[in-house]
Design a binder for this molecule. Sequence first.
Ligand code: SF4
Length: 307
Amino acid sequence: MTGKSYATDQITARIRELKATRRAVILAHSYQPPAIQDLADFVGDSLELSRQAASAPEPVIVFCGVRFMAETAHILAPDKTVLLPEPSAGCPLADCVDAASLRAFQEMHPGALTVLYVNSPAEAKAESYACCTSANAAAVVESVPSDEVIFAPDRNLGTWVSRLSSKLLHIWNGACRPHAGMDLAHLRACAGEWPDAEVLVHPETPPAAWELAFKVLGTGGMIRHVASSSCSRFIIGTEEGMSYRLSTLFPDRVFRPGGGIRCPNMKITTPEKVLAALETMMPAVSLPPVTREKALAAVTRMTEISG
Ligand code: SF4
């Protein structure tokens, strides 16, 4: 992969102009297309972007990701305008859990506190003790003051965390379709073709993928691992945008997506839509104040715990 920018020069120049006029910062998730990663001020995982949203001095955040990420930015920074350039960018994993179903699950496990993966709707966050990302899920579960923990909504991440934790986890039966449906035969074939490469897979992938991997890591962990590894080639078992992100950070190494993981919702934001959002200052994300305030405690606990 190369560091080539796909945004046209004109659009990029106009975005830069408007960014200064509006005093905006552009945040992009590592699964975003190369053209979006190239024009962003910060590219990162959910935890890094949440922290950026909270600490950025700019009053306008353009969030290139999916809806729950922009909602989280709004929860942490209610005085800022959070723009989601593509309003239809959702997350089927987040849609697996709603507030009423979560409350019913909590009634079945009255001794458990709830740790909710940040890939979830704000209404469910408002019913939870703490949120987490894949980077700090195990640390957040350990930090919760109860021996039993409800973990929702991703069952693969929950299963991975249960292997690292001494606590009893009650795991919600949800999944990220692109990660859970990864092509294991493709991952195996990549590993066979590059026997010297390290295989890194995301904990949202199925347990069978973990058996093929050198390490199971969130995206931030993958970056830290590559930085400390002496290996020159890597097979990346997470959303394909992450291989581009790694290639920009480590141009002397070679990265190859393994398992054919592509999230359609992460691919629909374009430079043209970013430009339109900055021109019109729409669409802005907002939540009912009661929901936002109830979700804030859980989201704040997430940002305070390192991965
Ligand atoms: Fe949701 Fe999975 Fe897409 Fe992430 S990769 S936005 S968890 S569907």
